[in-house]
Design a binder for this molecule. Structure first.
Ligand SMILES: *[C@@H]1O[C@H](CO)[C@@H](O)[C@H](O)[C@H]1NC(C)=O
Ligand SMILES: *[C@@H]1O[C@H](CO)[C@@H](O)[C@H](O)[C@H]1NC(C)=O
Ligand SMILES: *[C@@H]1O[C@H](CO)[C@@H](O)[C@H](O)[C@H]1NC(C)=O
Ligand SMILES: *[C@@H]1O[C@H](CO)[C@@H](O)[C@H](O)[C@H]1NC(C)=O
Length: 839
């Protein structure tokens, strides 16, 4: 029996799981795939003994072969299809070659014959067509797992440029299934005057092109399971076709077709993606020998892009015909031996989100120099061998490509592919974080951290429903001026397709929503942080005024919700001390982001309930914080950092130094996008800074706002460090730089004369300030009862005591700080300076 086996094979970028069809019988002759049905059954044909022509099917799922029919003649099968119930077989074949017909005086016999055969069991045969023009057949398939039906519908496509549909009813009688209607089968015209047609088997759609003067119209008919067919789409294409021959795509595979003829005819294919993308790909003739041109109409975006690729080297025997493949998120334009262009369907605007591979990267071993077709998504057929391959992007190859890439365009494309195509794969994500942490400074035209966060967020949030993909940013880049060497691209606006459908779910609904957003939306629907930044700045500055408005309270309520939301779905161990402290600034930003994102979504998603939007927004901000946490956790692991980063009496390791720099870059990335960081981030950052940086550099970072003095960290620092000269210097420099409010809280933890001086000075300053504010009109009374010891100081303490007596206590939380304390500190300090001992 003929054996079919599958064998996985790793390729460079494309990983092919190969289904090789091979013949192990003794009189071996090649098997050829003639069709792939919707249920995954592959119809193939082979020549047996006595030159019989067999037709069989292979089930991809069960790996079973089934013999369907045998002709006791040597025929060239053109097209073949079996219905869902496997009771009927439609076959079209060439009876004789032209020469045989002439020599055997068979003029009256038609060149081609199309039959409808009962095969359960093999029984009656009906002639559907006996003509001199070639015919293709294709049964329609209902939605999957539907009950067997007694009704089958068959499409018949004629080279004479029309397509019709036959309705066939069967009845089951005595263990056999026969066609019910003995007369003419009912039929209907589906399309006329077409010059190109493509069958989309999975979705049961027929695309076809009708020429109209110098332009062409692309139409689509959708076949529904229980209804008739509906014409659903019309789109004008600026493609002039003067081909006289009908070109068919995916109506079976006629391996005997003259390759010369095939390669000269219109090379055009339509691809759809699950997210409502609709692309027309076609190759254009170029007059320049070392140049290839192809054009993609992104109908769902309203523009076409024409690519011109200069080839590095051409050998005359090489194909100059680009093959197109559909990988759902990408459309691939492939020229064996030259290049593999993976064009992003979802985000085709910036060329840097498409992978353009050349040389070794573009090599697909199994598909070296053959002419190929893409019958299904992620599947290619080698038209010469009749073999079919599953194609997909290999994540390990992609990672390797990312690591070896030399150009920013390659890095961006690979990063984008890894994050958005593979969607949230733990291990890949970890590898990417490692790559980013190693290669932060190799990227010049984009920030890999920003790109990682935005793209990962997009991918986690955007989802099948809600049109969120149009409202949330997928990239941190607004523009990209880089070029891909050897490729030029021209973009033109095109007219949008017209859709006619009612209550359609799935693809058509998504395409419609894509078109609506092209039609009505201002160009930048994606959420942007400009307003957020302004508001954040404003509120941060107002903080000093300590006015807690309802508005501000709501903002902080938002932040609290985000953090508790994060708690509910993040049970894994957290990096100390993230999320364990309050961070006014970051919580303010979080809360603001929630409020503004909510406004943004409410404006554009009016039909989605408020509750749902609340949920989405919380998810978004919580995910954002979680991603930062994830990056930190990975680099922590990678550089084997331990929790003793707050042991300030030791110097930091090399690993810590690297992580400190990565954290600085994360901070920069967050600032650039006005994006909140997890509370505790600044504490960690400062802790590492203290351990790793020399003092002057540390102070420089603090003064430039890179390092933030957080209460947790400064308190630890003041408490834990002993008073060696070096530590004193550090502590003093830090204390000097503390903002007032924080200073009041933490200075007390440092029991040191310098600190006491500082506190005393501050106290005097504050008291005098209060005095000034009160416009005290009374003259300061003389207090002669006090012994005169140190006049200037006595005078001052009298004055201060007086103010104190008026119930002014600037340092309410520190009971020991009073006039007495000031007096003592001043005396201690003076004695110190004079080198005397104070008792
Ligand atoms: C159209 O016809 C002309 C002349 O018959 C031919 O040169 C040209 O290549 C054809 N164009 C296409 C797109 O087939
Ligand atoms: C493809 O390559 C094989 C060898 O690698 C060669 O035998 C064959 O002729 C080539 N086919 C075409 C169409 O160039
Ligand atoms: C960083 O890039 C270099 C060269 O571009 C590469 O060799 C290295 O593997 C990359 N690091 C990671 C972790 O991928
Ligand atoms: C792209 O669209 C523009 C505008 O409709 C058209 O002029 C141009 O010919 C199209 N490009 C190709 C290669 O079809």
């Amino acid at each position: 029996m003929h054996k079919l086996y599958s064998e996985p094979a790793q390729m460079k970028i494309l990983c092919l799981f190969i289904l090789i069809i091979s013949d192990t019988s003794e009189n071996s002759s090649a098997l050829y795939v003639v069709n792939v049905e919707r249920n995954g059954k592959i119809i193939y044909t082979w020549k047996g003994n006595q030159r019989n022509t067999h037709i069989g099917s292979y089930d991809l799922q069960t790996k079973q072969n089934e013999h369907l029919y045998m002709f006791e003649r040597d025929l060239r099968i053109i097209s073949c299809s079996v219905n869902n119930e496997r009771t009927l077989l439609a076959v079209s074949f060439r009876q004789y070659t032209e020469e045989a017909r002439v020599s055997r005086l068979l003029q009256s016999v038609s060149k081609y014959l199309t039959l409808l055969i009962e095969i359960q069991p093999v029984n009656n045969v009906r002639v559907l067509k006996a003509v001199d023009s070639c015919v293709r057949v294709q049964f329609l398939y209902p939605v999957e797992d539907r009950k067997p039906s007694t009704e089958s519908r068959l499409l018949l496509v004629s080279e004479d440029k029309y397509i019709e549909q036959f309705d066939i009813r069967v009845v089951a009688e005595e263990h056999k299934v026969v066609i019910q209607n003995s007369g003419q089968l009912p039929r209907a015209r589906v399309a006329d005057d077409l010059i190109w047609a493509q069958w989309d088997m999975m979705e049961q759609r027929l695309f076809y092109i009708v020429p109209k003067e110098s332009r062409s119209t692309l139409k689509c008919v959708q076949f529904y399971p229980d209804e008739n067919f509906n014409s659903i789409l019309e789109s004008h294409l600026d493609i002039s076709v003067n081909d006289t021959q009908l070109k068919l795509v995916n109506f079976g595979y006629d391996y005997c077709q003259d390759q010369d003829v095939a390669s000269k005819s219109l090379n055009l294919q339509v691809f759809t993606s699950k997210a409502g993308g609709l692309c027309v790909c076609y190759s254009l003739a170029s007059d320049i020998p070392d140049e290839i041109m192809y054009s993609i109409y992104f109908l769902h975006k309203g523009y076409n892009k024409t690519f011109t690729v200069s080839l590095e080297r051409t050998e005359s025997h090489q194909l100059k015909e680009v093959a197109f493949m559909n990988l759902d998120y990408y459309v691939a334009a492939y020229l064996p031996g030259q290049f593999l262009h993976l064009l992003n369907i979802q985000h085709p605007d910036l060329p840097c989100y498409s992978l353009f591979l050349t040389g070794e990267d573009a090599r697909i071993d199994m598909l070296q120099n053959c002419s190929i077709q893409s019958p299904l998504m992620s599947t290619v057929l080698d038209c010469h061998l009749g073999s079919m391959y599953a194609v997909s992007i290999s994540d390990s190859a992609l990672l390797q490509f990312l690591q070896n890439s030399k150009r920013d365009s390659e890095r961006l494309a690979a990063l984008h592919c890894a994050l958005l195509y593979f969607r949230h794969t733990e291990d890949l994500e970890m590898q990417i974080i490692w790559w980013i942490s190693d290669n932060l400074s190799t990227c010049h035209s984009f920030d890999p951290i920003q790109e990682f966060i935005i793209a990962s967020l997009y991918c986690r949030m955007c989802p099948e429903t809600h049109d969120l993909d149009k409202l949330l940013p997928y990239t941190s880049l607004l523009d990209w001026i880089g070029i891909i060497p050897g490729v030029t691209c021209a973009t033109d606006i095109i007219s949008l397709p017209v859709l006619e459908f009612q209550n359609s779910k799935g693809f058509w609904e998504k395409l419609n929503s894509n078109l609506e957003s092209v039609k009505y939306a201002e160009p930048h629907l994606h959420y942007h942080s400009n307003v957020l930044r302004r508001e954040w700045r404003k509120l941060s500055e107002e903080r000093e005024e300590r006015t807690t408005t309802v508005y501000l309270r709501n903002i902080f309520e938002n932040a609290k919700k985000v953090l508790s939301h994060l708690d509910t779905w993040d049970s894994e161990e957290r990096l100390v001390p993230l999320f364990q402290e309050e961070d006014y600034e970051q919580q303010l930003l979080m809360g603001l982001m929630v409020a503004q994102l909510k406004d943004h979504l409410m404006r554009h998603l009016q039909y989605v309930g408020k509750k749902k939007i609340d949920q989405i927004v919380l998810d978004y901000v919580a995910n954002l914080l979680n991603l930062v946490h994830r990056i930190l956790k990975e680099v922590w692991r990678r550089y084997q950092l331990h929790s003793c980063i707050f042991c300030f009496d030791e110097r930091g390791s090399v690993g810590e130094f690297v992580v400190f720099h990565i954290m600085s870059r994360i901070l920069e990335a967050a600032n650039g996008m006005c994006m909140p960081l997890p509370p505790g981030f600044h504490t960690l950052h400062l802790g590492l800074g203290v351990r790793c940086l020399p003092l002057h550099t540390l102070l420089h970072y603090i003064d430039h706002g890179v390092l933030h003095l957080t209460e947790t960290c400064v308190r630890k620092l003041l408490k834990d460090l002993d008073n060696t000269e070096k530590n004193e210097k550090l502590k003093f420099s830090i204390v000097m730089r503390l903002p007032e409010a924080l200073g009041q809280k933490v200075r007390q933890f440092w029991n040191h004369p310098t600190n006491a001086n500082f506190i005393a000075r501050k106290y005097v300053e504050l008291l005098l300030e209060k005095l000034g504010n009160r416009q005290c009109s009374r003259p300061v009374p003389e207090r002669l009862s006090v012994p005169v010891e140190f006049l200037p100081l006595n005078y001052l303490s009298n004055m201060l005591a007086d103010i104190e007596n008026q119930d002014v206590h600037p340092c309410e939380k520190q009971d020991h700080v009073n006039v007495r304390f000031v007096e003592e500190t001043a005396l201690k300090h003076t004695m110190n300076l004079l080198g005397l001992k104070y008792s």
